[in-house]
Design a protein around this ligand. Structure first.
Ligand code: IMP
Ligand code: MG
Length: 206
């Protein structure tokens, strides 16, 4: 077994590197809780679409939705298609949106399809407000939305979403696909980041 692995209750648990471990503030949702909710979301989505589920085109918004979408699509036992879209709103080391921009579309033909947009988190709502009309213009039969997390902010509450995993406080979160400066996406849990990582000046007590 490697140095960063421990055998706990018969399971090999991978411990993160010290640098990674040190940056985490607290765990909001662990792996079991996420898996349970993602399975429930899968059932909610299948029930909502019924027979139309075989005409779904899943559009995960890259890169943040990558891990959530990978888990969610395996809870959707329908003959669906997947097409990617890359949107940037938090370039580099930012913790507030800098305005959403579509960087890349690999949408194929969404004409007449039931598009289900998948995003990691609903914050300002800028991403969904940008992407939904784009998909409608491309001729989607309808566009629905599924976000794993929704922040407790007025701007987020103003945007209507069809499926939500968890409502969370207005805090900056990382893990399970969510990043800060393109780091921490590989954390299996959803965590908050220590303030000294993203605002070193603010965290220093005089
Ligand atoms: P919105 O466009 O402001 O609703 O934000 C949506 C996008 O911003 C998400 O897809 C994320 O990529 C990013 N984002 C918003 N809040 C957070 C956060 O707390 N952690 C990491 N990324 C976030
Ligand atoms: Mg995103």
């Amino acid at each position: 077994m490697s140095d960063n692995a421990a055998l706990i209750g018969g399971f090999v648990i991978i411990r993160y590197t010290v640098a990674m471990q040190d940056d985490i503030d607290k765990v909001l949702f662990g792996t079991d809780r996420i898996a349970t909710r993602v399975a429930e979301l899968g059932r909610e989505i299948m029930d909502a679409y019924g027979e139309r589920a075989d005409s779904i085109t899943i559009v995960p918004i890259m890169t943040g939705a990558m891990i959530f979408a990978a888990d969610l699509i395996r809870q959707l036992p329908a003959r669906l298609k997947i097409n990617l879209m890359t949107v940037s709103s938090y370039p580099g080391a930012s913790i507030r949106t800098q305005g959403s921009k579509i960087l890349e579309q690999q949408l194929g033909d969404v004409h007449g399809r039931h598009v289900l947009l998948i995003d990691d988190i609903l914050d300002s709502g800028g991403t969904l407000k940008l992407v939904i009309p784009t998909l409608k213009k491309l001729g989607a039969a309808d566009v629905h939305t599924c976000v794993l997390l929704r922040k407790d902010r007025e701007t987020a509450r103003e945007v209507e979403v069809d499926f939500v995993g968890f409502d969370i406080p207005d805090e900056f979160v990382i893990g399970y696909g969510l990043d800060y400066d393109n780091l921490y996406r590989n954390l299996p849990s959803i965590c908050t980041l220590k303030k000294e990582v993203y605002a070193p000046e603010a965290a220093v007590t005089p």
